[in-house]
Design a protein around this ligand. Structure first.
Ligand code: ZN
Length: 121
């Protein structure tokens, strides 16, 4: 299950991000994950629940959004959305492409409880 290390990274990053605010509990974590990671959202939810146990992120909701893959053809510069395992340029039919999006895991936002009222941003 390769979702576990990703869940661990999400929990660690979320806790680090709210640490300066002395957060007591994390309610919601929103992440964006590139399609190339081939994550099963249900498996990631299960892994997240297991990994966050005993931390301030325990019981937090995890919202997962997928990032579409994007490639640029090195021959003609065409930008397109490839399928996994099918990286052929639709314009010049070369398979010499660079993947420019779709392999990242981005922590988009975190909602947490803090001890005092935060000043308006
Ligand atoms: Zn091309």
């Amino acid at each position: 299950m390769h979702e576990v290390p990703i869940a661990t990274a999400i929990v660690e990053q979320a806790i680090q991000a709210v640490a300066p605010h002395r957060a007591t509990r994390i309610d919601l974590v929103e992440v964006q994950i590139g399609r190339m990671r081939q994550i099963a959202p249900e498996a990631l939810q299960v892994a997240f629940a297991a990994v966050s146990e005993g931390t301030i992120a325990q019981g937090a909701r995890l919202e997962i959004a997928e990032i579409e893959m994007e490639a640029v053809c090195r021959k003609c510069g065409q930008r397109f959305r490839p399928e996994i395992g099918l990286y052929v340029c639709p314009k010049c039919h070369q398979a010499d492409v660079q993947i420019v999006a779709g392999h990242d895991m981005i922590l988009k936002s975190i909602t947490a409880q803090t001890p005092e009222e935060s000043p308006p941003a």
